[in-house]
Design a protein around this ligand. Sequence first.
Ligand code: BTN
Length: 234
Amino acid sequence: MKFLKFDEIDSTNNYMKENIPSFENYDIVSAKIQTSGRGRRGNVWLSPEGMALFSFLLKPEKTLSIIEATKLPLLAGISTLVALKKIKDGAYSFKWTNDVFLNSKKLCGILIERVKDDFVVGIGINVANKIPEDIKNIAISMESDYDIDKLILKVVEEFSLYYKRFSEGKWQEIIEEINSYNFLKNKKIRVHIGDKVFQGIARNIVEDGRIEIEMDGEIKLFSVGEIKIEKDYY
Ligand code: BTN
C-alpha cells in the first residue's frame, strides 16, 4: 500500500484524481496543508496545518451500481467515527450523509468523487488545529497531538473492514450501527427541497441510505440530492 505525503498541495482529492492510474486500492495521499481544499457542493475546505487531510482510493472488484455508490459516504462516515472513537472515546455522532460530529459539532468532512469505476474518498479531520472563533459554535477540533499518519492509517483500515462487510452483504447490520449514531434523529430540521422550505422531524436512515423525515405526521424519504438541511436550525 502506497502512502504519499505532501507538505503542501492544492487538494489531495485533485492529486489522486489526476493520477488515478498510478494508484492501487487503498493507496493514500495526505498533505499537511491544502491550498485549494474542496468541500461538498463546491464549498472551499479551509485546510490549515494540524488537520488530517487525506484521500484514499477505493477500487471495487466489480462496478458499483448507483445505489451501492450512494452508500459509500455512509460507510466512510461510520468507519471514520469508529476509528476516532477507538483512538479516543467521546460523544461522536454521524450526521447524515457525510459528517462526523463530536459533542454536536462538526469534527470531520468527507468528499467522495467517482472516477469511472473508482472512488476517491477525501477526508478532513480537525485533529490539532484550532477552530476559528467565528465557527466555534458549529465546528470542533480534537485539539490533540496525535500522530496524524497513524490516525489516517487507522481510518483507512477501518474503512476496508466495513467495506468488506458491505461486500459480503452485511449492510443491514451496518445501517443499524449507523443509526445508533444518527445525529439528526428526532431533531426538528428545516429542509430545502428545490426552492421550497419545509419543517420536519428527522427519523431513521433507511436501507437504501435515504433519511426519513416526518412532515405533518407523514414519513417521507429523502436523498441528499433532494434536500439541504439548514445547519443553524437543528
Ligand atoms: C465537506 O464536509 O464539505 C467535505 C470536506 C472534505 C475535505 C477533504 S480534505 C482532504 C480531501 N481533499 C479535498 O480537497 N477535500 C477532501
